[in-house]
Design a protein around this ligand. Structure first.
Ligand SMILES: Nc1ncnc2c1ncn2[C@@H]1O[C@H](COP(=O)(O)OP(=O)(O)OP(=O)(O)O)[C@@H](O)[C@H]1O
Length: 568
């Protein structure tokens, strides 16, 4: 709840980038509200003059009424147009800021949260704030100005009229502030239910094959139904309280108008009495609307807090203040005393590992030993808690990854997983993901080496979202080709060829080695035939490298390596 306090205010600086438009929106809102107050007041005065003084409105009054009607219509249209334009611009920017925050802190953040929950923050929570930017900010300020000027006009007619108007105005503003705690809680409940439903839906769609295969679809449908009900209940609770609050606001305004009528009956003469009543109604109506907006804004705090947290998410791997250049030529890789945890148990506890330039080193260990964690540290998804990951040039001192600019790092190092996701688009689009400038000839050469040329009829073939139309082995080949197109000097293969058959694995390994003999490769694998092809092998156990050597050396030694190989 504390994080939510001030969450809406914290997002206001986004409006700063749109200062001119914010001012224009405020101007239109002010013109809109002022024209309405003037219109109802003049109308009441005109009717009062006709009834009380039996005098038809003069041409000046008729023209003024027509002008006010036109001004009000134009101002309403302009205000709607500007406020929504402003809101959508702010939201578009906010969505990108949320995305930047997620990208900056990913995958550390993504690892801890469900992707549907993140989608909800990026889309749903930002969308919910549309109300705040489009309807609340400019209207609140405009209604304050209109109320101020209206009460001065009422005081000029008769200061006693204020005794009915001011207390009601104060109550209208106070009530939503007093019950804001409940509103914030109800809003948070709705946002949480929406995020849960979003997460469940994304997971269900992702895992449709497994749910079908294990006959778990019905159970899942019931879960989705329960989540849908929970969201419905939360939304109904918010709406019910909103209806109550609206009724209370209407009652207060009516009470103020009755008070004004009673006071005006004694002190205000002729047509000014109905005019005073209309003026009181005119100045209180925007205050009532603002009170409603204030109340609803309370319910948006949870959304604003989520968006704010995403926008301000700290970088998992902050950019270097003074980047060091990476020299040309072969690069080795070194993990020096690396310690790392994901916020709980220590996963890597002083890992020392060197891969010499041009060498292929297989990193092996039991499942959960921390091999992929090493790969992620080399990709600099995160930084180690202690120690360093370094690129080692042929000449000159090693370079800590923390000192390497993001673009230089991505040019030098490529990390390929086992099942890299593919994106909606053609095969060529997916291959060119990291190397958009790669020529058709380069594409064809890499595709030949990795066997991607046998996957589809042409590079313009759509591969479908997440590559669901392809086999695991085909996806692995595409992921590998995608990385090779960037000509990395350090290549990390994290179980990349595990989905290929033994022959395919051997063929890919051979072409990888022949294609770039100076490339340094860190190979994470379980399959003995893959491990055996490496120049050297390092064994990870209990957070440390406990053995290194060639296949022949290690098979003779026994110990951790023998245990890992025996499990295969
Ligand atoms: N994003 C994460 N958040 C929290 N813990 C994680 C995360 N990723 C991995 N871990 C934990 O860190 C440990 C090491 O995981 P890692 O994936 O590095 O092991 P691995 O040796 O690659 O295993 P495998 O051979 O099964 O792929 C495991 O206990 C795992 O549960």
């Amino acid at each position: 709840m504390n994080a939510e306090r001030g969450a809406l205010r914290a997002l206001l600086p986004v409006l700063g980038a749109h200062r001119a438009m914010t001012v224009r929106t405020f101007g239109a809102a002010l013109a809109d509200q002022a024209a309405l107050v003037a219109l109802v007041t003049l109308t009441a005065h005109t009717v009062g003059t006709a009834v009380v003084e039996r005098q038809a409105p003069g041409p000046g009054t008729v023209v003024a009424l027509l002008l006010l009607v036109t001004a009000r219509a134009l101002a309403t249209w302009r205000e709607m147009d500007l406020s929504h334009d402003l809101a959508y611009r702010v939201l578009a920017e906010m969505r990108i800021r949320v995305f930047d925050g997620l990208a900056r802190s990913a995958p550390a953040r993504v690892g801890g949260r469900r992707s549907g929950d993140l989608a909800s923050a990026a889309l749903g929570d930002v969308e919910a704030l549309e109300f705040f930017y489009a309807h609340a900010v400019a209207q609140l300020v405009a209604s304050g100005v209109v109320f101020g000027s209206g009460t001065v006009a009422l005081a000029l007619l008769d200061p006693w009229l204020l005794t009915a108007v001011l207390p009601v105005a104060a109550l209208l503003v106070l009530v939503p502030l007093l019950e804001s705690r409940g509103r914030v809680a109800r809003g948070a409940r709705t946002r949480a239910a929406a995020a849960d439903l979003s997460a469940e839906t994304v997971e269900t769609v992702d895992g449709l094959h497994e749910l079908l295969a294990f006959g778990a679809l019905d159970t899942r449908r019931e879960r989705l139904r329960a989540h849908g009900h929970r969201l419905g209940d939360a939304q109904r609770a918010e709406q019910a309280r909103e209806a109550d609050a609206s009724a209370v606001r209407d009652l207060l305004v009516v009470a103020a108008v009755v008070g004004v009528v009673l006071a005006a009956a004694h002190t205000v003469s002729g047509a000014w009495a109905p005019a005073a009543m209309a003026l009181a109604l005119g100045v209180l109506a925007p205050v009532s609307d603002s009170a409603a907006a204030l109340g609803q804004a309370g319910g948006l705090r949870a959304a604003a807090a989520q968006v704010g947290a995403a926008v301000r998410a700290p970088a998992g791997a902050p950019p270097p203040a003074a980047p060091r250049p990476v020299p040309d030529g072969p690069l080795g890789l070194r993990l020096r005393g690396v310690r790392f945890d994901y916020g709980g148990r220590v996963v890597l506890d002083g890992v020392d590992l060197t891969v010499r330039p041009g060498e292929t080193l297989a990193l092996v260990g039991v499942s959960g030993a921390g091999k992929s964690t090493c790969a992620h540290l080399v990709a600099r998804f995160w930084d180690p808690a202690a120690g360093a990951v370094e690129l080692v040039p042929a000449a000159g001192p090693p370079i800590d990854l923390r000192d390497v600019a993001e673009t230089d790092l991505r040019r030098a190092v490529a990390v390929v997983g086992q099942d890299a996701p593919l994106f909606h688009g053609t095969l060529a689009d997916n291959l060119r993901l990291a190397a958009p400038a790669a020529t058709d000839d380069e594409l064809a050469a890499v595709a030949r080496r990795t066997g991607v040329d046998r996957i589809a009829d042409g590079y313009d073939t759509p591969v479908g979202e997440r590559g669901t139309t392809l086999s695991g082995g085909q996806r692995a080949r595409i992921a590998l080709a995608r990385a090779l197109l960037t000509h990395p000097r350090v290549l990390v293969l994290d179980e990349t060829t595990a989905n290929l058959d033994t022959e395919g694995d051997a063929a890919v390994s051979a072409t990888l080695r022949d294609g770039a003999p100076s490339r340094t490769t860190l190979l994470i694998a379980h399959r003995p035939s893959t491990i055996r092809r490496a120049d050297r092998i390092a064994v990870l156990e209990a957070g440390r490298v406990v053995q290194t050597g060639t296949w022949e050396e290690l098979t003779g030694e026994g110990g951790a390596f023998a245990r890992v190989v025996a499990r295969r």
